[in-house]
Write a protein that binds this ligand. Structure first.
Ligand code: ATP
Ligand code: MG
Length: 360
């Protein structure tokens, strides 16, 4: 069986370092590993509209921002198909058929949807499109017969729901869909990177992000004002690592080489952590080190972004070509789905014969 990747992001803002460690960095590695037959990366504008219906301009503006972030992180249009969700009408059609396979109570139990509804203060006024977005996400994944979906931990319930839809579809109509596997980051800190404010998740909607496109000064300012251990007041005090996002970020970004380069008094992160817990290591010193680590990781991304920013028409051209290619693949899957459901009235000679017999 082919190995196929599908993943993507909502164009609700520029991408941040949470996206990077949760999914983007992995995608680039997988792309360059040469182990995958096809890689589809989707800018989920239709999904972004489910909770931004009154602000289509925000979605429209952010499509190119996300594409620039993709290209600057090393996604390569020669190796990966970059496309825009709304350019593939087949995805909507698949969603419509899958809706019949999911109950309202099942959707209400989806923990990610639950917490997102709370976060957006929707309460009783949840847009139907938002409520059903896990179904549309199942359409996105299955349309490309994806076997692997590299995402952050918040997407686990979506993948579960998708697998259930595939299972139900294949049981009721016959095997037409492929069951995908989630690929989570192998480092715990990367599964759900907290915000700079210490909140559980760095998220575009919570305004607690370090963006990939931030300037060196912006990154430094955000790092220096990051949430640490509130009880670590004097340098001599022992510090806590739990909930201390400076250390979570170091877990996500720091490589052993960084110590030789920026902080040679320590050999590795364990030594730094031990010193912090023992007492005698100040937050400012750790933050300065984190800033250097982040700058080292982000600088090449920034440089590549600057190059692509000079050629915006080429970015749109990449998305157009990718969307055309993706549309053909989705159209084939939709045909398979309709054949399995026997929604193929004009292609099925047996159906005509049956009806002729009936009226003889
Ligand atoms: P929004 O607030 O609009 O939902 P978001 O910041 O949550 O935006 P998404 O576009 O929903 O971003 O997520 C895109 C991908 O990035 C998903 O695979 C998701 O799991 C991953 N991701 C998002 N935030 C984080 C994070 N803080 N840590 C790890 N992965 C993340
Ligand atoms: Mg999200």
């Amino acid at each position: 069986m082919s190995k196929i990747i599908l993943t993507g992001d909502r164009p609700t803002g520029r991408l941040h370092v949470g996206h990077y460690v949760g999914s983007l960095r992995r995608r680039v590695e997988l792309q360059n590993s040469g182990e995958y037959d096809k890689i589809y990366i989707m800018i989920a504008d239709a999904q972004a509209l489910t909770d931004n219906a009154d602000n289509p301009e925000k979605v429209r503006q952010n499509i190119v921002e996300v594409a620039l972030d993709y290209l600057s992180c090393g996604l390569d249009p020669e190796k990966s198909t970059l496309f825009i969700q709304s350019m593939i009408p087949e995805l909507t059609e698949l969603t419509f058929y899958y809706m019949n396979l999911v109950t309202v109570s099942r959707l209400q139990r989806n923990p990610t949807v639950k917490s997102e509804i709370q976060m957006r203060n929707f309460e009783a006024s949840i847009p139907v499109g938002f409520f059903t977005y896990p179904i549309s996400q199942a359409a996105d994944i299955t349309a490309f017969k994806a076997t692997t979906v590299p995402v952050g931990e918040d997407q686990m319930p979506m993948l579960e729901q998708c697998k259930e839809i595939v299972h139900k579809f294949n049981t009721v109509y016959g095997e037409a869909l492929v069951e995908p596997e989630i690929l989570l980051p192998d480092n715990k800190a990367c599964m759900r990177l907290p915000g700079t404010d210490g909140k559980a998740k760095m998220s575009k909607s919570l305004n607690n992000c370090i963006y990939l496109a931030d300037t060196p000064e912006e990154v430094k300012k955000k790092v220096m004002s990051m949430y640490t251990d509130p009880d670590h007041i004097r340098i001599e005090d022992p510090g806590k690592l739990e909930g201390n996002c400076v250390f979570t970020y170091l877990d996500a970004f720091c490589k052993t080489e960084h110590f030789a380069e920026f902080l040679p008094e320590y050999n590795n992160l364990s030594e730094l952590k031990e010193h912090y817990q023992r007492g005698g290591l100040g937050d400012v010193k750790v933050k300065k080190f984190l800033n250097q680590v982040l700058q080292a990781e982000l600088e090449p991304i920034r440089q590549r972004r600057k190059e692509w920013e000079k050629n915006i028409p080429a970015v749109y051209e990449i998305l157009k070509k990718g969307s055309e290619e993706a549309q053909k693949v989705a159209a084939q899957t939709l045909q398979d789905v309709k054949n399995a459901m026997k929604i193929n009235y004009f292609d099925d000679n047996n159906l005509i014969k049956e009806q002729v017999e009936k009226y003889k």
